[in-house]
Design a binder for this molecule. Sequence first.
Ligand code: NAD
Length: 336
Amino acid sequence: MQVSVYSARPYDRVYLGRANHGARHRFIYLEGRLDEASAAAAAGSQAVCVFVNDHLDARVLTRLADAGVRLIVLRCAGFNNVDLEAAAALGLAVGRVPEYSPHSVAEHTVALILALNRKIHRAHARVREGNFALEGLLGFDLHGRTVGVIGTGTIGACFARIMAGFGCHLLAYDPKPNPACLALGARYVELSELLAGSDIISLHCPLNPRTHHLIDASALAGMKPGAMLINTSRGAVVDTRAVIAALKTGALGSLGIDVYEEEADLFFHDLSDEVIHDDVFARLLTFPNVVITGHQAFFTEDALAEIARITVANLDAYEERGAPLHAVSTERLVSP
Ligand code: NAD
């Protein structure tokens, strides 16, 4: 089948190429994002392959359907960027990669925690300048601290296991408690109790209408003073402006993010020669107690190989049986 691959980076070519045994599918790589203007470029393809910041609203989906596309395959787990009802109405099938390497994201989450706690970003810069003073680099032992995990699915559970290994106490919040987390000793509590009792709060829930700005001014006000907040889920789970206000007062002790509400115009591109026009993001960059990575938590060799393998399996299944192996349906909209 011919597949237009949007937001394609060099590594996508490498890993999709390797997974495409016998060159069964013909990949057309497009560097740009999928939007209303670029949808027409999919003409001649039966499928489009998209990533986290490709925006598939009803208008874009209509253009794709008009261009002859029948299938959308996401190279990611989250599907908040697809209007599933519109896709169903247009007869477009949607597939995703529900699980590739939860370790990739969980381990990156821990990297953000360790960097923030032990001020690795500042220490690295200092040492390169010949400054070996320790003032300002004071951290705390993770052992014995309380970590709050919001969303204890595949990634949240993997993260909880690592933190249990550090000797942390675990609080959890999820409408569907995970037996694996209970077995680790995690205590499921109301969100307010988790916020009030955690030294570190890490977000691993999907973005949906219920989780949009889950961490807002009132949630921040309910946190332990000086707590650390980590977001590797989706940017809009956090109200960035409210977080900036809490960082300014010191109510929030530190922030580590791999995702950002308005990341689509920033992340995955080299903008080092350009002016950043997003003043909210620019403000975040000024804090010494904020570490930001550009949506790279998934970015390991193992994860890319698995994403490509499952993406090709979705395409194979659609060709053979008329449905992707891991279909996303509108039923998921009503799940938590
Ligand atoms: P998952 O579906 O296995 O787990 C999500 C969990 O969140 C489920 O247990 C669900 O019950 C829970 N949940 C749903 N609504 C909730 C709510 N209102 N409050 C608390 N918990 C809620 O998903 P996963 O594979 O663990 O991935 C989690 C998220 O991580 C994805 O949705 C995606 O947005 C994000 N992600 C980010 C990256 C990255 O590179 N930064 C990579 C992969 C996934």
